[in-house]
Design a protein around this ligand. Sequence first.
Ligand code: HSE
Length: 403
Amino acid sequence: MINVAVLGYGTVGSGVVEVIEKNKDMVNKKSGQELRVKYILDLRDFPGDPYADRVIHDFDKIVNDDEVAIVCETMGGVGAAYQFTKAALEKGKSVCTSNKELVAKHGPELLRLAHAHNCNYLFEASVGGGIPIIRPLNYSLTAERIEAITGILNGTTNYILTKMEQDGADFESVLKEAQEKGYAERNPEADVEGHDACRKIAILSSLMTGKNVDSEKIYTEGITKVTADDFVYAKAAGRSIKLLARSRVLGEDEVLAMVAPFMIDKSHPLAMVNGVFNAVFVTGNMLGDSMYYGRGAGKLPTASAVVSDVVDCARHLGRIIMCFWEDKDAHIADISGVETAWFVRVKTSALQQAQAALGAVRTLEVPGRSEDRALFTKPMKESEFAKKCGELGSDVLGTLRLY
Ligand code: HSE
């Protein structure tokens, strides 16, 4: 029997207990031994809960119990979760987590600590919820030189953009509705400003390069400026709008990474990822493109990924599962020199001036709209585009990068 402790009995933590219980035949068979949830750590009590007798409030009881071999950290945050993870790893207990913030911030240190104590730190659930993507990058694509990763890594923003597209609604009203339905947090900043997707692409980029990609150095733009008008033009142009988290290897130790809304051609597989679904599009130098698609959030999908890590830890007790993510920082290229083609919506009166300034390759008029027009530029440096747009001032009504 292998004893497991779950830290945090919230949405994901209770899902972990549920998955271990509901799928126990399969989970135990694949672990090679029976898994038992011995402790659940939470500040609260859960009277009436079938696992109420396992709930404790003192982490020391877990860390000092030699019977506990695997800890699931489903608390979130980088405070107590960081301290508890370090303490568990130092005692040789493997830790499985859904905590992308902690993995993005302290991943290499925690991996190093795990390996020094002959145990594992696994984080399949930290990116893409239930979608297997960490394991494919670590185990399956090992013959590949991964060249680029582009993902729709945030369910909340993908839900909002999909609703804006389908209903012709504006950002604020869809966000409000998403909050009422519980799809968006009451404080939606981490999602709508792109920070959540940024942490996730930092983790994927670190696995892609084997070096540490610091999330704080990644250019990040959210979806708050995307308008219903942008979607009118996207539709007319045969495009959609998606929040993409992108990362590309530029050279030895150098990576270009960014998070921003892009106007994407409808024929691209990522344009077909709708609602709360996520997808990760990986380009390898031998395989070419492959895409990993599924539920990027939610109690049971995320818990399923955590439990898949528990099974992996159970199969590898006393052995290290290799993960190539060094402490050394990758160099993150400044995006100002990157060449990007743009969609630009301008006042109709400024179309000719904008066309001349930006070197438009195509303009677009939507029947019935007299106030604005759109143009599509050739690829140009981000810095050059920003300068020219600045000169056009308030004649520019909206801009989006093209993908
Ligand atoms: N807030 C995240 C999302 C949850 O919307 O995708 C999963 O990480």
